[in-house]
Write a protein that binds this ligand. Structure first.
Ligand SMILES: [Zn+2]
Length: 289
């Protein structure tokens, strides 16, 4: 095994530790808030095979296995491209059997870059970048997008780029280049394009500055991408919080907030790791309008 391979395996193993596998209502009648994003692409960004999902729902589902989907989302707005989450590292695709961590086996059979290329997008064309949070199954390809403006909650930034990222389960190797990106540090909700089409929602709890995304589309209507505010539908419905979350009470409040936004916007709620739901959603190169 070359030094690079050794390094890569080390980084991937660390990422598994970091992912947690181991280790106000927005409805507005404001006329300015009537924009829509033209297209939303859902990209395959890996999967996790989990023999026992009870750590995600303490006291429930003991011994129950599941597969977690892992999606990334590419939004077309005018001449801009925005990427929401980047999934497991593309390097994982070189290990078809995946990498086993204490709570799961992580697999990525297709790279993010190959899917972007299929759509005709080079990573340097991504002008807007945000992650639901900084765990390795979401920031695994962060370093690819150094040309983008990064939108991140101040509290998440401080955890990710501060002196102790490991304390939060974060592994900077895959995102540290973003330190030099133009960065918008947020303290709450944020209207990315200023027309209400794409809104970052502050939903802390899973991590200090976890966030979700409201996307308004011309035909589909509103969709809320809830990151890891809940990992699967049953946890969202019952407000169950994983034992490893940063803050349990914030986690519940964030699910309440998402619920309120979904109702106010008549939105669809897309739960990233819910494989059953993910299987019903059209994936790239097709897109949703
Ligand atoms: Zn995740």
């Amino acid at each position: 095994m070359s030094n690079f391979q050794t390094w890569r395996r080390g980084v991937l193993a660390l990422l598994l530790v970091g992912t947690g596998w181991v280790a106000a209502g927005c409805a507005s009648t404001d006329a300015r808030e009537r924009g829509v994003a033209q297209r939303l692409y859902v990209l395959y960004c890996g999967e996790a095979q989990i023999p026992d999902i009870s750590p995600w729902s303490p006291g429930y589902n003991v011994g129950k296995p599941a597969v977690f989907s892992d999606n990334c989302y590419l939004i077309r707005h005018g001449q801009d491209w925005m990427l929401w989450d980047s999934g497991y590292p593309d390097a994982l695709a070189a290990t078809p059997e995946g990498i086993v961590g204490p709570r799961s086996r992580a697999i990525r059979t297709r790279t993010l870059t190959s899917q972007l290329a299929e759509i005709g997008v080079d990573p340097t064309q991504i002008t807007h970048l945000a992650f639901s949070h900084t765990h390795g199954d979401h920031v695994g390809n962060g370093n690819l997008f150094t040309a983008a403006t990064l939108y991140i909650q101040q509290s998440e930034y401080d955890a990710a780029f501060g002196p102790e990222p490991g304390k939060y389960g974060f592994v900077p190797a895959t995102y540290e280049k973003l330190r030099a990106n133009p960065t918008m540090k947020l303290n709450g909700d944020f209207d990315v394009f200023g027309d209400g089409s794409v809104k970052i929602l502050s939903t802390p709890g899973h991590t200090p500055g976890h966030q979700s995304l409201l996307v308004r589309l011309p035909k589909t209507g509103a969709v809320v991408l809830s990151g890891d505010a809940a990992h699967f539908e049953d946890n969202f419905v019952n407000r169950r919080v994983p034992e490893f979350n940063f803050n349990v009470e914030q986690s519940r409040q964030s699910m309440d907030k998402i619920d309120a936004v979904v109702k106010a916007e008549h939105a669809q709620l897309w739960i990233n790791h819910d494989a059953k739901q993910s299987a019903t959603i059209v994936h790239a190169p097709k897109f949703i309008e």
